[in-house]
Design a protein around this ligand. Structure first.
Ligand SMILES: [Zn+2]
Length: 501
């Protein structure tokens, strides 16, 4: 075998090992909340990965703390896909629970009308942050037969019971009595528990570990929000059972990966495990991941402190979804992150550095530039180490700071070589190929014409038309108009270029 043949093959390997042709890349390590340790990620049916992320409770616009979790879930999914896995991503929509019922009572709207508005807003925001849409987004209200069947199973197995008012509760004592473990994600002190105590509300803290509601008998304050079941009577489900029913319906009784914010560890995720394992007798989820909290300007977000922001509040301040995504992605997912306005301004300049470099590479390395073989050689020299370092950082429990360091080292290196004129067109094209693969994980894209407002594009076209018609006076006037609107236009051999000033 000649050396040359070997080199070309290695290059092909380097660029396809993240593709399906070679199977998933081994070596991805992630922290598993179940084992409290960093473990090699090994799905049940590789290369398939079944992934469930607790979705929004659609009673209001999602705030920036919620968005940290969804951007984190998006990073996990994109990393798995980059690693060659085929991910099935399911995210539920909680469209009936205590908070929603309280709000519809206050606003005197119907359940669907109320939740529909916030659900639509959520999907718009998801797009603004460039999160890949989940493959399935089941709504709780459309899974009543599955929810009821699951509660019936828990009753049959003797780990749930009906209370005097007709509500159904999960019995922690019975569940533990069967040898099952309640407290898999969080260490709980059962000595402090008082026997027979129950909690009816969806949210409670670990100091109030108690039997929790699976089915809440119809109450006057629920208005017309109730479902009828022959076995359970009129009522509505508890929040926790919704996720057990929807996740198992979509992904099976045992699946690979379950994600959520760390505030969901208890009781929500612990209760999901208890309900699912209590009903099936099988392990529910192999790998649990939790994203840490977010502070805003150093403090816990609260409306009274004035540091409570929805995504829309930040867009109204003039920041873009891309800048917000970037900032949310700068911190490791298991570390509390301090989100600040200063950080958002920093995101603007960091992205500008990347944009400028990528734009220069695009100018030099148009896709047609260089022959196939010179491109391949350039890939080996420029793309492979970049991708290897980047993926090594992600393999280390999504070490995002190290991943960004790889990106900015690359930007510095490219800028130096561009300034020295020592980069060939083929090398620039290869560098861009590497960047595109990296951006399939980061999802920050680069500024393109699409981000130029339609009005500005129309003016630029009018200027080109004026120039063609040799109406230079009009062309100059349009240039001035663009300038007044904050845009510079520059004539290049490839045509006019717009730049925000
Ligand atoms: Zn959930």
């Amino acid at each position: 075998m000649s050396t040359a043949f070997y080199v070309v093959n290695f290059s092909a390997f380097a660029f396809t090992r993240r593709g399906l042709t070679c199977g998933p890349h081994m070596g991805l390590k992630l922290f598993n909340t179940l084992s409290r340790s960093i473990q090699e990620f090994a799905p049940l049916n590789s290369p398939k990965v079944s992934m469930y992320c607790c979705g929004p409770t659609v009673y209001d616009f999602a705030h920036i703390g919620n968005w940290r979790t969804f951007v984190f879930a998006d990073l996990v999914r994109r990393t798995l896909e980059f690693s060659g896995y085929e991910v099935k991503h399911v995210m539920n929509i909680t469209d009936v629970e205590d908070k929603i019922i309280k709000r519809i009572r206050e606003t005197k709207t119907s359940l669907r009308e109320f939740t529909g508005k916030f659900e639509a807003a959520f999907f718009d925001d998801l797009k603004t942050l460039n999160c890949l849409p989940p493959h399935q987004t089941p709504r709780a209200t459309e899974h009543m037969p599955e929810i009821i069947a699951l509660i019936e199973k828990l009753l049959q197995r003797g780990v749930a019971y009906k209370a005097a008012d007709g509500s159904v509760y999960f019995s922690i004592e019975k569940y533990r009595g069967c040898g099952c473990n309640y407290g898999q994600l969080l260490k709980l002190n059962f000595d402090e528990m008082r026997a027979g105590e129950r909690v009816a509300s969806d949210e409670y803290d670990k100091e109030s570990v108690a039997d929790f509601a699976l089915w809440k008998a119809r109450a006057p304050e629920d208005g017309d929000v109730f479902w009828k079941s022959d076995s359970l009577g009129e009522g509505r489900p508890g929040w926790h059972i919704e996720c057990s029913a929807m996740s198992m319906k979509a992904l099976g009784e045992t699946f690979d990966l379950h994600l959520g914010g760390e505030d969901l560890k208890f009781p929500h995720h612990e209760d999901e495990i208890a309900q699912s394992e209590g009903a099936t007798g099988k392990p529910f989820v192999k790998h649990w991941m939790h994203g840490a909290h977010l502070l805003v300007e150093g403090k816990k977000m609260s409306k009274s402190l004035g540091n409570f922001f929805t995504l829309r509040d930040l867009l109204a301040k003039g920041f873009t979804g891309r800048e917000i995504r970037y900032l949310l992605l700068t911190a490791h997912y298991r570390e509390t992150f301090n989100f600040t306005m200063e950080g958002l301004h920093g995101a603007k300049s960091a992205l500008a550095r990347i944009d400028e470099c990528v734009a220069k590479l695009r100018e030099l390395g148009a896709p047609s530039a260089g022959s196939a073989s010179s491109h391949q050689r350039a890939e080996l020299a420029l793309g492979a180490p970049l991708l290897q370092n980047f993926s090594a950082a992600l393999d280390d429990d999504l070490n995002i700071s190290a991943a960004w360091a790889v990106v900015f080292d690359w930007v510095r290196d490219m800028n130096r070589r561009l300034a020295e004129n020592s980069l060939s067109a083929a090398e620039a094209a290869a560098a861009l190929t590497g960047w595109d693969k990296i951006d399939s994980v980061l999802g920050i894209g680069t500024k393109s014409g699409a981000e130029v407002p339609a009005e500005i594009l129309a003016l630029a076209e009018a200027r080109t038309a004026a120039k063609k018609a040799k109406d230079f006076k009009r062309a100059d006037a349009i240039r001035e108009e663009l300038k007044a609107k904050g845009w510079a236009i520059e004539d290049t051999p490839k045509g006019p270029k717009l730049k925000k000033v």
